[in-house]
Design a protein around this ligand. Sequence first.
Ligand code: G3H
Ligand code: 13P
Ligand code: ZN
Length: 310
Amino acid sequence: MVNTKLMFERAYLGKYAIGAFNVSNMEIVQGIAQAALKTNSPIIFQVSPGAIKYAGLKFLVVLVKTAIKESGIEAALHLDHGDSLKLCKECVDAGFTSVMIDGSSLSFEDNVELTKCVVDYASFKGVSVEGELGRLCGAEEHIGGHDSSYTDPVQAKEFIKRTKVNSLAVAIGTSHGINKFGLETEPSLRFDILEEISRLCTGLPIVLHGSSSIMEKEVSEISKYGVNLKKARGIPEHILRKAASSAVCKINIDSDLRLAMTLSIKKFMHENPNNFDPRFYFKAARESVTDLVKQKIVNIFKSENRNNYN
Ligand code: G3H
Ligand code: 13P
Ligand code: ZN
């Protein structure tokens, strides 16, 4: 298990990105590890405060550590959207190699202050820190075009100078969940802002949250089983590909995993109505995670064969 420093340095220079996938149970962890192993790719397992509440911090640490040890892949265990110094400290002490402190809802000064405290604690222990500046918005806000949500490149430069974070999550038009754009708008990201941030902050690994693609095929397939996600719209793959070849070194995916797993379980149950053994439908779900992660590594992130532990 490594921190993200070298991983990002190589991704930055090599113009590829590392996939950061949210985990909350054993099957997701195993499915991701298998994909990383098969593609010989570095990977980031990340857990949100919600996942910690669901599974327990100790369970998640053991699951991820075991998966990494068994597969021999180069991987980091990262806290996603850490919401307090206390939680960041707990995760550092529990063996995480990277933490995010999300102060994006605070004022600039308060965000700097909180992020600095986390960096002080984590860097002493060799743990990387991701900060966030700018506010990710929902589809409604995209339609309204609230520019104030986007990351200000000049502020970003000051933020990294003052906090010394290892990476920065930025708001350039992505958003969390399955409804990222209104149905009548063409999905797009503010690459002009991204370029300005990377110009002003040379060498800074940039993080994109809210980067699931919510593929039409899956949305249409899951509708056959009664799940109505009609307004669902994600970030098109070609846009993510472009981002992955820039200073973006980490791309966060959660919703696509949820969709793939749920679809595979619904499908399995529909096709095998009398099978009530969880090992069968969780196996199908685990395989769907592996397929999804492999596809993203190979076609979008381009981190295949970048495992540094060869
Ligand atoms: O960015 C947030 C992740 O998708 C985690 O979601 O808070 O429901 O675990 P969650
Ligand atoms: P999605 O909801 O687009 O998968 O984003 C996940 C994320 O940003 C986790 O931090
Ligand atoms: Zn996020």
